[in-house]
Design a protein around this ligand. Structure first.
Ligand SMILES: Cc1cc2nc3c(=O)[nH]c(=O)nc-3n(C[C@H](O)[C@H](O)[C@H](O)COP(=O)(O)O)c2cc1C
Length: 303
């Protein structure tokens, strides 16, 4: 059997496959559909200090080659997460990565501090890239200065591994990942959804309740691959790739482009068993090629 183990910062994962934040609920929702213990890690939906109602419906809209969403980071807030959601996740043996966000830098720091004090939180993924909220989100991840400021404060205020999640919609992805690495981030995740929208011809109005949203799924895969390629050639810390991964071949492309691990999002809505199939597919792919260790294909697509 090929060795699929990877290291993401201080986390040791049994394989590189994990859900993308916000597409897998709090994890427990999928426990009856797949064996969560097969995953490399569990990634929760984005959590904030206080509960959030999110945006008005419709929040999800299918497009050609992808999906639009405008959830607006609806979540139960940290306290309810700590009391009701995390205890369920502690029963599984895979590391739990908590995705989180704030509307100000102070809120990010306060949320990180509180979350890192909770038993069973292995790492924190800071969402600096959400296109669906009016304040915060993507604004914090778009410039080097803000990435430096926020990463520095997050690393200082917690004992947890900090992963910085970024958008492809930035001026210079290489400089931004270098900024995150320089301030002590243990990994970066690329990419979040791509700002997008749809118009309802009959109503002559935007389709989404939140007016604009984020595009995900196969339509964004080439954009995500390029971001991962650029990031992986710039930093030494692991890059976690996300964006349009629907099967093991997509996942292998991301690994070859330099991702150490991959996140699967939109595919979970279509087929909840996708991640397990991807793990099995990577395993079979390595075996067919006579490769013993997944490390042999990470970043293998060199010029
Ligand atoms: C319904 C939905 C909710 C999402 N919520 C979050 C979130 O809370 N935090 C976050 O960082 N990314 C969030 N994302 C972005 C995904 O984690 C992922 O980066 C994106 O969907 C690209 O992967 P995919 O094409 O495989 O879906 C969300 C995406 C979708 C579709």
């Amino acid at each position: 059997m090929p060795n699929l183990k990877v290291k993401v910062g201080r986390l040791e994962l049994q394989n590189p496959v994990m859900p993308a934040a916000g597409t897998f609920g709090y994890g427990e929702e999928y426990a009856s559909l797949i064996d969560l213990n097969r995953l490399g890690a569990i990634v929760t939906k984005g959590i904030s200090l206080a509960p959030q109602e999110g945006n008005p419906p419709p929040r999800i809209w299918e497009t050609r080659g992808g999906m639009l969403n405008s959830i607006g980071l609806h979540n139960v807030g940290i306290e309810q997460f700590a009391q009701q959601k995390l205890p369920v996740l502690r029963r599984f043996k895979v590391p739990v990565i908590v995705n989180f966000f704030g509307f100000t830098i102070d809120e990010y720091v306060a949320a990180a501090r509180r979350l890192s004090a909770l038993e069973g939180v292995a790492a924190l993924e800071a969402n600096l890239s959400c296109p669906n909220i009016k304040a915060g989100g993507i604004h914090f991840g778009s410039t080097c200065i803000s990435v430096i400021e926020i990463t520095k404060k997050l690393v200082k205020s917690t004992n947890c591994a900090i992963i910085i999640k970024l958008s492809s919609q930035v001026s210079n992805i290489k400089e931004i990942v270098l900024a995150a690495e320089g301030e002590g981030a243990e990994a970066v995740t690329l990419i979040n959804s791509v700002p997008a929208m749809a118009i309802d011809l009959d109503r002559e109005k935007p389709v989404l309740g939140g007016v604009t949203g984020g595009l995900t799924g196969p339509a964004i895969k080439p954009i995500a691959l390029k971001a991962v390629w650029d990031a992986a050639s710039s930093v030494k810390i692991p890059v976690i790739g996300a964006g349009g991964i629907m099967d093991y071949r997509d996942a292998v492309e991301f690994l070859m482009a330099g991702a150490t691990a991959v996140q699967v999002g939109t595919a979970n809505f279509i087929k909840p068993t996708t991640m397990v199939e991807i793990i099995e597919g990577i395993d079979a792919f390595l075996e067919q090629r006579g490769l013993k260790n997944i490390r042999e294909i990470i970043g293998s697509a060199q010029l």
